[in-house]
Design a protein around this ligand. Structure first.
Ligand SMILES: Nc1ncnc2c1ncn2[C@@H]1O[C@H](COP(=O)(O)OP(=O)(O)OP(=O)(O)O)[C@@H](O)[C@H]1O
Ligand SMILES: [Mg+2]
Length: 382
């Protein structure tokens, strides 16, 4: 193991004899010391080699301790500084601490008094350095992850995109075959139908995957959005989906949120569509849209229904891509809606979760940041 070098201390005191004595005593205690009796050459030394700690007298003729420590920290920002001062100048010593000294020592001092102060200051320096190294590491890791994520996104986008052309060929030629070859048996025609259906389903999956991928890449706006109006419009647009259904709507006021109106529209549409879809076995569906919490930095929104619900052990899985609890014969869908909801809400800095019981309805929650300004007339429009 590499040996740890002793801490290196720069000592500056215009009383040369005292400075030399301190250098020697600290050297005896395992420190490496370099001493100067005036600040300027000490600063020049700092430019040449690295020190852990500066121990400086306060009152010196050419430049006082405060000026020295300010100049020194400009050159070497991680350096920790301790000021030595006589009894009469405590106020100035406090001033020194305000301008960046970590501690001060009153003169005359005993060795037993100075050693713990030095230890503490060096521990602070170590912590500072570790902190800097840690933040650098976090930044590097974040950059690496972002790059890897982008690459993966680009890859899945191009794969999905490239899969479309051969798939269209399969669909197209199967249909052509069915039309131009009348000699197919009934069984053969059924197979052709199944191939066409499967190709269509795969086209839908790919289209959904591309939308999902687009949602995480498109530039996001951050403006105040009138959620109340947003829901109003969605409900109007969903009228065709609700034809022939009896739905008892319950709505409580939603506060304005900060975000991207068209992305937030997707969040609400997906959750409301799910509530409508998974409650269609009920004679009268009950769907509630409301706000479950309105704190200073977070609003909690929910969409609740009295539909088929689900077992809570799957509650988190549902937010994954193509994860479905219900088969296509029971409820149609590709299983990407909630994945979109989670991703969009996460891009807004929010969380998503669900609560449900099998056959007793489900509630989906998500959080958003409240609007920072009132909603402008032209904002919040989708
Ligand atoms: N309100 C709900 N009640 C019961 N189960 C639900 C509800 N919402 C979602 N689920 C379950 O979660 C699964 C995933 O939902 P998600 O919205 O992602 O997909 P989907 O509705 O199946 O298809 P689509 O991609 O068209 O939205 C659903 O298949 C269903 O099993
Ligand atoms: Mg859905």
């Amino acid at each position: 193991m590499a040996e740890i070098p002793p801490p290196k201390i720069l000592i500056v005191d215009d009383e040369t004899a005292q400075m030399k004595a301190l250098c020697n005593t600290l050297k005896d205690h395992g420190y490496e010391t370099v001493g100067y009796s005036s600040p300027k050459p000490a600063l020049a030394e700092l430019g040449k080699s690295e020190f852990d700690l500066l121990l400086s007298d306060l009152m010196m003729p050419e430049m006082n301790g405060i000026e020295l420590l300010q100049a020194a920290r400009k050159q070497s920002p991680d350096l920790v500084c301790i000021i030595m001062t006589g009894e009469g100048t405590i106020a100035t010593a406090v001033e020194a601490m305000k301008s960046g000294a970590l501690d001060y020592i009153l003169k005359p001092f005993k060795l037993s008094a100075i050693l713990p102060v030095l230890d503490r200051a060096l521990a602070v320096r170590r912590l500072r350095l570790e902190n800097v190294a840690l933040s650098r590491r976090v930044e590097e890791r974040t950059a690496e992850l972002e790059a890897a994520n982008k690459e993966l996104e680009a890859f899945s986008y191009s794969v999905s995109h490239d899969l479309r052309a051969p798939l269209r060929h399969i669909g197209g030629f199967t249909q052509l075959l069915a039309q131009t070859e009348p000699s197919f048996s009934t069984q053969g025609k059924r197979y052709l139908d199944l191939i066409t259906q499967a190709a269509r389903q795969m086209e839908q999956l790919i289209a959904d995957l591309l939308d999902f991928s687009r949602n995480s890449r498109i530039e996001m706006r951050q403006i105040p959005v009138d959620l109340q109006e947003l829901v109003e419009r969605i409900l109007q647009d969903l009228q065709p989906e609700m034809a022939g259904r009896k739905i008892a709507w319950k709505r409580t006021p939603l506060p304005p949120a900060q975000g991207d109106p068209s992305l937030l529209r997707q969040v609400f549409s997906n959750l409301i569509l799910n509530a409508v879809k998974y409650s269609r076995t009920r004679e009268v569906a009950e769907i509630e849209i409301g706000c479950a919490g309105n704190a200073e930095n977070e609003i909690v929104i929910f969409v609740r229904d009295n539909g088929v619900g689900f077992d809570m052990k799957y509650a988190d899985k549902l937010f994954g891509v193509f994860q479905r609890l219900h088969g296509p014969d029971e409820f149609e869908g590709t299983g990407i809606g909630l994945a979109n909801v989670r991703r969009i809400v996460a891009r807004h800095g929010g969380r998503t979760w669900a609560e449900a019981r099998l056959n007793e309805g489900a509630t989906f929650f998500f959080t958003l940041k409240p609007a920072v300004l009132p909603v402008a007339a032209e904002n919040g429009k989708i």
